[in-house]
Ligand binder design. Structure first.
Ligand SMILES: [Zn+2]
Length: 222
């Protein structure tokens, strides 16, 4: 009805139907989920991050098109609920969006997912400021430690190897003290290399918690 008054194109295929057409919804429903291991923990992703899913995630994150993401949030919320069913009483933690992304968007897609899952309290891991000019400095405590990053400071993101990317991420997140002695489910929107999610797992362990499941909207195939 609304489409008659306000004609819109499907963001998936461009058909002059509605924001997400019937065909694209059917395509999404038929796509399998993805499971992989991150830092020894099972990550359940609602979708692989490619094609139509990638298009929708970008429309959501970059253009704030919340009207097209119900298929993504519904399935991800199901994964959060099943993770909590397997670990009753687990704490749900969010991977925080980048400061730049959050300023640009003004919203956090992970909050939308958790709201959809009926999770009322889900604190975010905290981003720890990393002084780029001080390689070898413990980013969490601000104290010097031996050999933290032998390649510290060198090269741009493109030139970094996987090991260097991991080294550059260690210590950039910290978990709230309430995770001590608790089971934890960590939720993020898109997992690519997995280094951020692995850092979240490390931060939870460092705070005395146990990550029992990671959940994401989408993950790249590895
Ligand atoms: Zn379509």
């Amino acid at each position: 009805m609304l489409a008659v008054l306000l004609p819109v194109d499907c963001v998936g295929c461009g058909a002059p139907d509605r924001a997400l057409c019937h065909t694209c919804r059917g395509t999404l429903a038929a796509l399998p989920g993805r499971t992989r291991l991150v830092a020894g923990v099972r990550l359940d992703a609602a979708y692989e991050y490619e094609g139509l899913v990638r298009t929708l995630v970008l429309e959501w994150k970059l253009r704030g098109r919340v009207d097209v993401v119900a298929p993504l949030t519904d399935r991800t919320a199901d994964l959060v609920r099943s993770a909590l069913a397997a670990a009753p009483g687990a704490v749900v933690l969010r991977v925080p969006p980048s400061a730049r992304g959050h300023r640009r968007r003004g919203f956090d897609p992970v909050v939308t997912v958790l709201c959809c899952a009926g999770v009322r309290r889900a604190p975010a891991l905290r981003r720890v400021a990393v002084p780029a000019a001080l390689p070898g400095v413990d980013r969490a405590a601000g104290t010097v430690r031996g050999g933290a990053d032998p390649h510290g400071g060198g090269g741009g993101q493109k030139e970094r190897t996987g090991i260097e990317r991991v080294a550059a991420t260690v210590g950039t997140l910290s978990a709230p003290a309430l995770v001590a002695g608790r089971d934890v489910v960590v939720v993020d929107d898109v997992v690519t290399t997995g280094v951020t999610m692995a850092e979240a797992v490390r931060a939870v362990r460092a705070a005395g918690g146990r990550v029992v499941r990671c959940v994401a909207v989408a993950s790249v195939e590895v």
